[in-house]
Design a protein around this ligand. Sequence first.
Ligand code: PGA
Length: 256
Amino acid sequence: MRKLLVAGNWKMNAGPTEAKVLADEMAEIWKGKQFSHEALICPPYVSLPFVVKSFRDSFFKTGAQNVYTEDNGAYTGEISTSMLKELTCDYVILGHSERREYFQETDEFIAQKVSKSLSDSIRPILCVGEKLDERKADKQKEVVEKQLNTVLNQVDEKHADDFVVAYEPVWAIGTGETASPEQAQEMHAFIRSLIADSWSSDAAEKVRILYGGSMKPANAEELLSQKDVDGGLIGGASLKADSFSEIMSIAEQIGK
Ligand code: PGA
């Protein structure tokens, strides 16, 4: 059985002071309560140590929003997997559409980062998804297949339990527009079939596939109840403790 993963991507929001307040609020809401799935917050690098500290006595996990492929050295501005491990980070978001668009990250470079993270025991959340013009031209499957297969070709299926994919249609990110539950399910099932083709159906059943793109309390239930939707990667709605917690509660009720 796949556990749902409810993940918050704070993007370039919440510096140390704000991040601490927000993480403390989340930890307080869930204090003494059970959560049978996984909850994760990915703050900016500089806020990570504070969030890790706030979550010390809770089930919340922490992740980064990017990582480099080398262990250390002359790579000004970069952060390594060992640095994230030292902070006890469990996850890293890779290949987010904003990194692809604004920082020219290629499928090949993203695949190297995914491999490096897996070999250093940090779970990657690989983001894939089509842009609006690609959806209008009915090219969403073609686009996602290329993004995903570049990574699958370089990673061994033994990592299936630790490998997470986030399907994030770019036209739904931060726009308030969400993929319909049917559109999400169709793409998630397609992604799982690509994993089965490249790896095996056993491996494909283990990989968690999150939906991302304007997920909020009002639409979380219909999205999270889809068969192949194994959680959410949540931007805007993760910046408020109550809305993120509400999505977690919805996940808890769905149970899966
Ligand atoms: P959003 O962002 O929830 O604000 O649309 C999701 C993401 O980019 O991961």
